[in-house]
Design a binder for this molecule. Structure first.
Ligand code: SF4
Length: 457
């Protein structure tokens, strides 16, 4: 036995540093009145989850019953009526909301709109803030980066996220938004396949939507094989929010998982990946862990893209917890996005400064390959920029200017912090259109990009 005493140079880790391993256990859904008699087999059934998703304020009330107050119900009813996205929340997500404090709950904030918390949109916001339609050569395909395209074969999702970038097209029409039509049938997809075939520079295809969770197994295989058959396509990624809000599908919809597995196996030498969106540490439970283990055992690599959302994960501690918990369940934390400038959800956005501060804290708290890159998807179609890489940031007035030399050379792309997070003086400046223009032009001038090339959201 080695008799040399071990020297611990660092103090022992505090107990809370292991919180990421504490996943919700047991039948946590039974405290919801509508689910009190639901057994584990039923709750894990993906068809039961789909069928019982909450879509209206009345369905929400029927589900949580007297757990919420009449005031909360009235607030939700007002929020449902004003939201640009349709509402659809899985029983899994409903069960994870703390109904004793629903206003501040991170899952509620993502999926259930409330009239009382809505803020006016930023004056420079547009519905399709990333200008995806400008980069769309055929319906349902976005070709922005040189070697990568985004294929959107459907417009439905197992839940509808309030923060969705694609609220211009996803889900049914709402009182506020008539949705743009995407190509949704195998026949319509042929134009996208033909376009990809004709562009040898396209090596990386992201299949999103909508959410590939909603694609029937036969269409997963159809799309996967069509893309595998194009010789220059080297990588494809299936994007879904599903495992975060309905992980049981991976455990109980064998045909769907088999279809993904077949595509992955056929293309293994090309490196296929699945991309997910987890935003709150509470979304990861024992069910998620089991589902991710099943993917891992099949050799399916899972990457996560989070959105930085106010009141959900915009603090150092919560983002660190999310990142560590993702690593714990074999999910690679890949990106954290600035919340896009999306209509009707201003209270969910936060500042560039918050992102850079959070990133500095997270970096160094776990392995580098498990540390996400914080990015701003530049409004106007500049693509994803490292959030720290702004050419100029006017923190007082909340204006960050980015350049994207490999995507759209010579142009300036501007991201705006939410106005309610600025000082009262800055808020007053934003109230006057002429001053807005001056502030933006001044920021672009200081960025050294030039007024005439300015692209605004
Ligand atoms: S799952 Fe994706 S596409 Fe669907 S609403 Fe959420 S963010 Fe939008």
């Amino acid at each position: 036995m080695n008799e040399t005493a071990i020297r611990h140079l660092k103090p022992a880790a505090a107990p809370e540093q292991f919180d990421y391993k504490q996943l919700k256990q047991g039948e946590f859904w039974r405290h919801i009145p509508a689910y009190k008699d639901v057994d584990e087999a039923t709750f894990l059934d993906h068809l039961w989850q789909q069928k019982n998703a909450v879509k209206t304020a009345d369905e929400l009330l029927a589900t949580i019953k007297d757990v919420c107050t009449p005031e909360f119900y009235a607030d939700a009813k007002a929020g449902f009526g004003r939201a640009p996205m349709a509402v659809r929340v899985s029983p899994y997500a409903i069960s994870l909301i703390d109904w004793n404090d629903p206003i501040d709950d991170p899952i509620r904030r993502q999926f259930v709109p409330l009239g009382s918390t809505l803020l006016p949109d930023h004056p420079r916001l547009t519905l399709d803030s990333l200008h995806e339609q400008d980069d769309s050569p055929v319906p349902g395909l976005v070709h922005r980066y040189v070697d990568k395209a985004l294929f959107l074969p459907l417009n439905t999702c197992p839940v509808y996220c309030r923060f969705c970038t694609r609220s211009y097209a996803i889900g049914p029409d709402t009182e506020n938004v008539d949705k743009v039509s995407l190509a949704k049938t195998p026949k319509q997809w042929q134009d996208a396949f033909a376009y990809i075939s004709e562009r040898p520079e396209l090596e990386d295809i992201v299949i999103s939507g909508g959410d590939v969770y909603q694609l029937p197994p036969k269409n997963i295989e159809l799309i996967g094989n069509a893309l595998l058959d194009i010789p220059h396509v080297r990588r494809m990624r299936f994007a879904t929010k599903g495992p975060a809000i309905m992980p049981m599908k991976i455990l109980t919809h064998d045909e769907w998982l088999d279809a993904i597995s077949k595509v992955v196996e056929r293309g293994r030498t090309l490196g296929k990946e699945v991309v997910l969106h987890f935003n709150a540490p509470e979304e990861i439970t024992w069910i998620t862990e089991k589902a991710m283990r099943r993917l891992f055992e099949r050799g399916i690599f899972v990457r996560n893209q989070s959105v930085l959302i106010r009141g959900v994960n915009d603090s150092r501690r919560r983002m660190q917890l999310l990142v560590k918990r993702l690593g714990h369940v074999n999910v690679h934390p890949y990106y954290v996005y600035m919340h896009d400038m999306v209509k009707g959800v201003e209270e969910l956005r936060t500042t560039i400064w918050t992102a850079t501060d959070t990133e500095k804290f997270v970096r160094g708290s776990t392995a580098g390959f498990n540390t996400p890159t914080f990015v701003c998807d530049a409004p106007g179609g500049g693509g994803k920029r490292d959030v720290h890489s702004y050419e100029y940031y006017d923190r007082e007035n909340g204006i960050a200017v980015y350049a994207a030399p490999s995507v759209k050379p010579g142009k300036a792309f501007v991201y705006f912090d939410p106005i309610d997070k600025l000082s009262p003086d800055a808020q007053a400046r934003w109230a006057v259109r002429e001053i807005q223009d001056q502030m933006i032009r001044e920021a672009v001038r200081k960025a050294g990009v030039g007024d005439e090339q300015l692209v605004l959201a």
